[in-house]
Design a protein around this ligand. Structure first.
Ligand code: NDP
Length: 312
């Protein structure tokens, strides 16, 4: 079967660059959006040029230029959006709507993967303020996609490992703690950690797969479904050092956000759902979902002890 042409929007981002690489590695004709707003960002430009050197085609369009965006989308069979989830909310959601509008008008796209790559937002309707905006935004885009009848796949990637694993699930740091570690409750709630390159591999595997059409693909590598205690134990074994554990009850953890800035409050409510409630792993995948490692058992996914070695 001929491989579909994949257009990546947000291709120089943290997950986007991995999706570009995975698309090239899996032999898809790969297009990457280059926005004129790149301006003097030399690192971004050089990354785009390196994609070109590896065989990607750069397609120029601003997300604010509807006609150019439609023309870009018209050159692809599949569109993967890896646009940022952070930044100014109304601006971000506005840009994503523009992409959906362009896909709708172009009318040729066989699969759209919107920028989700985290918790399944449809399971977060009960999420606490102020963090729930993250999930509400993703649901708003889903509604626009479904109203426009755009064929799609939603990717529920769980944790990007680098944000949650080597730091032993601590907030405000990305490196392993040296002396003591905060443990959420008893530390026995399961979460799911995924190597970011594996997320990209599974995402691209799904784009031509009829089994993932109009479904959510959950990435749940069995050996990476771990409690916080298990992550800590893996690091202690690797580093040969035992850390002091400070357990934080749920009410104390939530109270810690009082008087802090919005970004921290968003983080605290997200972490509450992840580590006290267990929202990543506390449900069975239903009829509207499929699991990536079962669909693609040939992928050798990275285990977290291997992943953390580089931090030693
Ligand atoms: P980044 O912050 O790396 O940004 C991705 C791209 O978004 C940028 O490269 C840029 O595209 C585009 N972008 C950013 N700001 C603007 C703007 N103002 N105007 C136009 N384009 C803009 O994104 P991430 O890779 O961190 O996030 C991608 C997805 O992954 C999000 O949905 C996010 O929620 C999710 N995520 C999940 C995590 C997890 O642990 N599961 C952790 C972090 C993110 P360009 O390349 O064209 O310049």
């Amino acid at each position: 079967m001929e491989k579909s042409r994949v257009l990546v929007v947000g291709g120089t981002g943290y997950i986007g660059r991995r999706i570009v690489r995975a698309s090239l590695a899996q032999g898809h004709p790969t297009l990457v959006l280059i926005r004129p707003e790149v301006g003097l960002d030399i690192d971004k430009l050089q990354m785009l040029l390196s994609f070109k050197a590896q065989g990607a085609r750069l397609v120029e369009a601003s997300l604010d230029d509807h006609a150019a965006l439609v023309a870009a989308v018209a050159q692809a069979d599949v569109v993967v959006s890896a646009m940022s989830g952070a930044h100014n909310r109304s601006h971000n959601i506005h840009l994503q709507h523009k992409l959906v509008e362009a896909i709708k008008e172009a009318g040729n796209v066989k699969r759209f993967i919107p920028s989700e790559f985290g918790v399944d937002p449809s399971r977060m309707r009960h999420a606490l303020e102020p963090g729930r905006v993250t999930f509400d935004d993703k649901m708003e885009i889903r509604r626009a996609i479904e109203e426009a009848n755009i064929p799609h796949t939603y990717v529920s990637a769980n944790f990007f490992a680098a944000y949650f694993c080597p730091n032993l699930c601590q907030m405000r740091t990305l490196v392993p703690p040296k002396e003591k570690v905060h443990v959420y409750g008893d530390g026995n709630v399961k979460a799911i950690f995924v190597d970011e390159d594996d997320i990209a591999t599974y995402t691209i595997k799904s784009v031509d797969d009829p089994r993932t059409l109009n479904k959510t693909i959950y990435i749940r590598p069995q050996e990476n479904i771990l409690t916080q205690n298990e992550v800590i134990a893996k690091w202690e074994k690797l580093s040969g050092k035992v850390l002091e554990k400070v357990h934080i009850p749920a009410d104390e953890f939530l109270a810690s956000m009082k008087g802090t800035d919005l970004a921290n409050q968003v983080g605290v409510t997200h972490f509450y759902h992840f580590f006290y409630e267990g929202c990543l792993a506390n449900f069975e995948i239903g009829e509207d979902g499929v699991e990536a490692t079962l669909l693609y058992p040939e992928v050798e996914y990275t285990r977290m002890d291997e992943y953390m070695k580089i931090y030693l």
